[in-house]
Write a protein that binds this ligand. Structure first.
Ligand SMILES: Cc1ncc(COP(=O)(O)O)c(C=O)c1O
Length: 518
């Protein structure tokens, strides 16, 4: 009966747990005792250690069907690791055994526990950190809270995430009552001005990015937004220097770090940005629907949640911890994902991925006599590798060939049907990727292939890119995005701990087979 006390309701919390602001304050104190989990989780990480084999040996830690797929696109939507998935599933089951016990009495202390665990991983105070379902929600929250008016400037680079520009433009909708479909048609006088620094390729290195920003960011910028790692071009941007540049000009800076945690070491205290938004469900391999927003203490009072609920106005954590009744299990699953990375050794995993990326780049650029879009120091777990020049033409021929084989059998269908059909008739007679031993200058032992004398502009289109990606997907069961940048086709390869050289060899063989159609 010791839990039965006659206490009143104070500030925002559940009716039956302490105020959320008290919970979060306790989490920063030295004698914080995390709440016990209502079920065992020790088995989830049992046996995981820093000698766990990576590559094929790490595949048992993920749910992706590696028996069918060569998965080179972790960068798109991530892929959950088993420990996090199992923990989230257990929380869901636990919730349903007595929803009131979980939602009313256990949820907030448990969420605060995981916020604290995440804070330790990224060197941030739990008080400055809130969970959100995805990076998009965080970006919208910050941009909308900045109240960009018609004369205000938001600055970004033109390699930044596509929807961010729309977010700034849409902030004008709330004052003009236009419908979202009108975003791009609004008179420019009624929307905030989005100034974009132009990044042209080739790019020599991070200093070039700083130079572009220094020269093109207007002094009256109300908010600058930078990707930690760009999406389409997979460039690691020089965050620290960009934050310092903005601070030196008094410009608030939002870091869109959707790709950073799990791919790069994150130290938010050291970075000292104004706003930082990131996904857990991408490179940390957490359950889908887990992301976070960090806001500098000086900026928190101006940040408003997109969804107003009971905690509104009661403090930063209270504002965001509850946005209505829904599934909070993805956030709780973050705990076991962090446990997994710690057990495997986060630095060891990073080194594995970096080395594998370097070897994959070496293999494919040599085979295709091509180059990467960015110099090695601007790559983490992803790189864009230029595809052979004649590939767009070859892909067309490849489909035509498949199509004629198909029509011989009097069956019609889409390009992907044709590609599938070819799979049935062509067998797997591909040779090893050719290696021509081209010498390139090295930078700290990493081959710099960006200097190769091949064109930086071409005539390929995004339709060509889609066709090649479709062929890889349907014909070869290779999931790898193809991008068209300045008229050149590139594959954007990802490296996660479950990948190994054989995956990139398969990609090389697949492209070689398509080229044979010429
Ligand atoms: C740079 C960047 N920002 C934002 C996002 C959006 O992430 P989400 O869809 O999880 O909100 C992405 C997604 O890939 C991204 O690459």
């Amino acid at each position: 009966m010791s839990e039965l006390k006659r206490t009143g309701y104070q500030n925002f919390g559940s009716f039956f747990t302490e105020s959320v602001e008290v919970l979060i304050s306790k989490a920063v104190s030295k004698d914080y005792t995390p709440p016990l989990k209502p079920f065992q989780t020790h088995d989830i990480l049992a046996g995981l250690c820093d000698s766990q084999p990576l590559g094929k040996g790490a595949r048992e830690l993920f749910l992706i069907d590696f028996t069918k797929w060569t998965f080179l696109n972790h960068g798109a939507f991530g892929g959950v690791c088993k420990p996090a998935h199992v923990e989230a599933t257990r929380w869901r089951l636990h919730c349903e055994t007595q929803p009131l016990t979980f939602l009313d009495r256990e949820l907030f202390p448990q969420l605060v526990r995981v916020i604290k665990e995440l804070g330790s991983f990224i060197n941030a105070s739990p008080k400055d950190l809130v969970f959100l379902p995805n990076a998009t929600t965080g970006l919208n929250t910050v941009i909308k809270s900045c109240d960009l008016g018609p004369c205000d400037v938001m600055y970004m680079l033109d390699i930044g995430y596509g929807s961010v520009k729309k977010m700034a433009q849409a902030s004008a909708l709330y004052s003009t009552h236009s419908s979202p479909a009108d975003v791009e048609e609004l008179p420019t006088s009624s929307t905030p001005q989005v100034v974009m620094g132009h990044v042209d390729f080739p790019i020599s290195g991070p200093d070039q990015i700083i130079e572009i920003v220094a020269q093109t960011m207007p002094q009256n910028t109300k908010l600058a937004v930078f990707d930690a790692v760009t999406s389409n071009t997979a460039l690691v941007l020089p965050m620290k220097q960009l934050v310092e540049l903005c601070k030196s000009r008094g410009i608030p800076v939002l870091i869109d770090a959707a790709h950073a945690p799990g791919q790069l070491p994150v130290d938010l205290h050291e970075l000292n940005a104004d706003y930082y938004v990131a996904n857990c469900h991408k490179w940390l391999a957490c359950p889908r629907g887990s992301a976070f927003m960090w806001v500098h203490p000086d900026r928190q009072s101006k940040i408003r949640p997109l969804v107003i609920s009971h905690g509104s106005g009661c403090g930063f954590t209270s504002d965001f911890i509850w946005d209505g009744c829904r599934d909070y299990a993805p956030f709780l699953g973050v705990s076991s994902a962090l446990g997994m990375w710690q057990a495997l050794g986060f630095d060891r995993c990073r080194t594995y991925c970096q080395n594998l990326l370097r070897d994959a780049v070496d293999l494919l650029t040599t085979a295709w006599r091509s180059r990467t879009l960015a110099p090695p120091e601007m790559c983490a777990n992803m790189a864009l590798i230029a595809l052979p020049e004649k590939l767009a033409e070859a892909a067309e021929q490849y489909i035509l060939r498949a199509s004629s084989l198909h029509s011989d059998n009097a069956v019609s269908g889409s390009a992907s049907d044709h590609a599938l059909h070819l799979q049935e008739v062509s067998g797997d007679g591909v040779e090893d990727v050719a290696r021509d031993g081209v010498e390139d200058k090295t930078r700290d032992g990493v081959k710099d292939v960006t200097s190769r004398q091949i064109p930086w502009t071409g005539a390929a289109t995004s339709t060509d890119a889609k066709l090649v990606q479709d062929i890889l997907h349907h014909r070869f069961c290779i999931e790898c995005p193809v991008k068209c940048i300045q008229g050149i086709l590139y594959v954007r390869v990802s490296v996660q701990i479950y990948n190994e050289m054989g995956d990139y060899q398969k990609l090389g063989k697949a492209i070689k087979e398509v080229l044979r159609a010429l």
